[in-house]
Design a protein around this ligand. Structure first.
Ligand code: HEC
Length: 174
């Protein structure tokens, strides 16, 4: 009987997740932190904005240009901003700072369309692994990223207009 109870307890220990496990956020597991980071930057759509020509080439870009930012601006209520060169940023800033920026929207200073509302929900290890991968790429400068423009100011480069527009209703013919 005792042996049977012990056996049951052992099964329970394996099948019932502890409270901590149940609450833990899902995370990506790979052979190395860098490999997990590389994957997360793809499925997290980070390249779409931060790697030149990623969208147009469906991800077929040289390693040199990965995460080097885009010179096409995003214009909205916040003015016009640019997806920055994250290789330069990873070289300048340490991993803890990166984690803070991603989880606090740069202390509330960060603007759309950077999806800070999503990165804030990511697993800490995932956020750190993205940094580790970018850092492992080393620095590179491909496109010159223009300076941002204030609301109402004309941007200095090509931009995508993200302002909400309401169509003018069509005039009905009598
Ligand atoms: C829709 C376009 C877009 C996507 C998708 C996107 N970003 Fe950004 N990102 C931006 C823009 C634009 C900025 C500049 C934001 C600002 O001006 O506040 C930015 C800023 C950043 C910064 C702050 C750099 C600094 O100033 O310290 C980091 C870090 C960053 N992005 C990482 C990521 C990561 C990681 C992902 C994927 C999970 C991602 N971004 C996805 C557009 C994007």
């Amino acid at each position: 009987m005792l042996r049977r109870l012990v056996a049951l307890a052992a099964v329970a220990a394996f099948t019932i997740p502890s409270a901590a496990q149940a609450q833990a956020k899902p995370k990506v597991v790979a052979a190395t932190p860098e490999e997990a980071g590389a994957y997360l930057l793809i499925v997290g759509s980070c390249h779409d904005c931060h790697t030149p020509n990623w969208v147009e080439s469906k991800g077929k870009v040289s390693k040199d240009s990965l995460m080097t930012g885009r010179s096409i601006g995003f214009k909205g209520a916040w003015g016009t901003n640019y997806a920055k060169n994250l290789r330069s940023i990873a070289a300048r800033q340490d991993e803890n700072h990166w984690y803070k920026v991603m989880t606090t929207a740069d202390d509330g200073e960060g603007n759309l369309p950077m999806p800070y509302h999503n990165t804030a929900l990511m697993n800490e290890e995932d956020i750190r692994n993205m940094y580790k991968y970018i850092k492992s790429l080393g620095t590179a400068t491909v496109e010159r990223i223009p300076r941002g423009a204030k609301p109402g100011e004309e941007p200095s480069s090509t931009y995508i207009d993200l302002n909400v527009k309401t169509p003018v209703p069509a005039v009905k013919k009598p």
